[in-house]
Design a protein. Structure first.
Lengths: 361, 165
């Protein structure tokens, strides 16, 4: 059933590209893929089934809120609206000719200027859908726990309970230690936020939210902030006065503190890139497989592409869970490293081996 | 720069706002009650298990207690029985002893009274015999001394036997 659905929706989605290429425009897989993994002001489920999304701009003219469909005339051609113009997926101020306004920078380089763009884009809308789902699922589970206090879980509750317990016991408890409890809300939220959004991204027509650098950046920065604010004396001691390192490497030539401080930032940076790259790559591979059909301009290649893409989709279902797990696990490890109480007597150089091993994951 | 690795301000803004809101709301209304319920349930299970264990131990000690009580009761019964038997034996023994003593005393009394009777009888027989002897003697003498001659002979014989100084 799922396979049929995947095939059907894939055909629906890509018929758009096929139609365009049939009109004489050369099919460009790169542009198509970038268009699909990127953000947009409309939500295109399939060709012809497009929902315009609200555009929210704040700039020279104050606050402007309107639907993105205003940028298109009745022939689906781009047009300026209210002094704004959309070009290559960005909104700029329009000049008299309806072209993006340009300013010349200090180095003589010309660039377009635009207002502060807080539009509800496809990714934002998709995030709202996922948030709605998160609320529906977990608030109903919470109420089930309240109603059936002390009883065995049932239904949705029994599906999610092992996962929640897994996050608590195998991610938080083992990596953070006795102080795990205060990190549980954050760990559970990122785990389910990432997982849900990964899955939503796999639905044909879905947005590539967790494959967007802005999203992974936010999550990684939150992990960084929590880690830094959780850091106890021993954590900072390890960074600025690393045990087991010759004194001249700490105060003579401060290489170790420098490396450790860089390490504070590389850990969340790796989180950001890992999630973004994994999810985007998965989307790109699936889209590339479908592009083959249009590159070869042959229906015969279709079954092959669909077979591979189906396989990739199942793999991506696994990756969706795996990446949510890895992001949560590594966050927990960083928190664990920050709150860990080191015993300095037997800790010369090998005490933090477990969480360093995690960091190089 | 590639648009893929350029975070857009709008998405960043919405992501931060939404995520923090989600984090706050889910923490307050979902994770907190869920974690609490899980913890409570685990504690309940732990308690139930330890209570079952305790009940088992209690049962065992109860059984041991019962066994002990039973043994005690049995011992008590033995003791009471033995005491009763002893008392009965003592009673019988006492009665027998008393009866024996009484018998002996009565035999003794009878013996003494027989002795006394015998003595009285003997005395009576002696007295009777003496009276009879005197009577006989009287009668004899009366008959002997009916003639003068015999009386004189007798006085003579007495006189002969009596030394006269």
């Amino acid at each position: 059933m799922k396979k049929i659905l995947v095939i059907l929706l894939s055909i629906l989605t890509f018929s758009a590209q096929a139609a365009e290429s049939a009109e004489g425009e050369k099919f460009s897989p790169g542009d198509m893929i970038m268009h699909h993994v990127g953000d947009d002001y409309v939500w295109e489920f399939a060709h012809g089934l497009t929902i315009p999304l609200p555009v929210i701009l704040y700039g020279e003219n104050g606050l402007d809120i309107f639907l993105s469909s205003k940028f298109y005339n009745e022939h689906h051609e781009l047009q300026p609206y209210k002094g704004y113009v959309m070009e290559h997926g960005h909104i700029y101020y329009a000049n008299e000719e309806g072209e993006p306004k340009t300013v010349t920078g200090e180095n003589g380089e010309e660039k377009h200027v635009g207002p502060l763009d807080l539009s509800i884009t496809k990714n934002v809308a998709s995030m709202f859908v996922s948030v709605f789902l998160l609320f529906v699922v977990f608030l109903s589970i919470a109420s089930a726990y309240n109603k059936r206090r002390g009883k065995a879980p049932r239904g949705l509750q029994s599906f999610f309970e092992p996962i929640i317990v897994f996050v608590r016991d195998d991610i938080a408890k083992t990596n953070i230690g006795p102080k795990y409890e205060r990190y549980m809300p954050y760990l559970l939220t990122i785990f389910f936020f990432i997982w849900f959004n990964n899955l939503l991204g796999l639905i044909p027509g879905g947005a590539n939210l967790t494959g967007n650098i802005a999203v992974t950046l936010t999550l990684a920065v939150l992990t960084l902030i929590i880690t830094v604010f959780s850091g106890n004396k021993s954590y900072w001691g390890h960074i600025f006065n690393t045990p087991g390192v010759p004194w001249w490497l700490k105060w003579g030539i401060p290489i170790m503190p420098l490396v450790e401080v860089i390490g504070i930032f590389t850990k969340p940076f790796s989180l950001m890139v890992r999630l973004f790259a994994n999810i985007t790559a998965g989307h790109i591979i699936i889209l590339s497989l479908f592009s083959l059909i249009f590159i070869f301009e042959s229906v015969a290649i279709g079954p092959v592409s669909v077979a591979f893409a189906t396989f990739m989709n199942f793999l991506e279902l696994f990756v969706a869970l795996l990446q949510a797990y890895i992001f949560t696990l590594l966050s927990a490890m960083y928190f664990g490293g920050a709150v860990e109480e080191h015993d300095h007597h037997d800790d010369l150089g090998h005490g933090d081996a477990p969480h360093l091993a995690g960091a190089h994951h | 720069m590639n648009p893929l690795v350029t975070p857009s301000i709008g998405l960043l803004f919405w992501q931060v706002v939404t995520f923090l809101l989600v984090l706050f709301l889910l923490s307050k209304f979902a994770w907190k009650p869920i974690m609490k319920a899980l913890r409570e349930r685990e504690q309940n299970i732990d308690n139930a298990l330890s209570m079952a264990e305790k009940a088992k131990l209690e049962m065992q000690s109860l059984r041991a207690d019962n066994e002990r009580l039973l043994n005690e009761a049995r011992a008590e019964r033995e003791r009471i029985l033995k005491e009763a038997t002893d008392a009965a034996t003592a009673l019988v023994e006492g009665a027998r002893t008393r009866a024996n003593e009484e018998g002996a005393r009565m035999i003794e009394q009878a013996r003494v009274s027989i002795e006394n009777e015998k003595k009285a009888a003997l005395t009576e027989v002696k007295n009777l015999a003496a009276t009879l002897s005197i009577d006989i003697a009287e009668k004899l003498i009366k008959r002997e001394l009916q003639d003068e001659q015999a009386q004189r002979a007798l006085v003579q014989s007495y006189l002969r036997d009596t030394p006269l100084s």
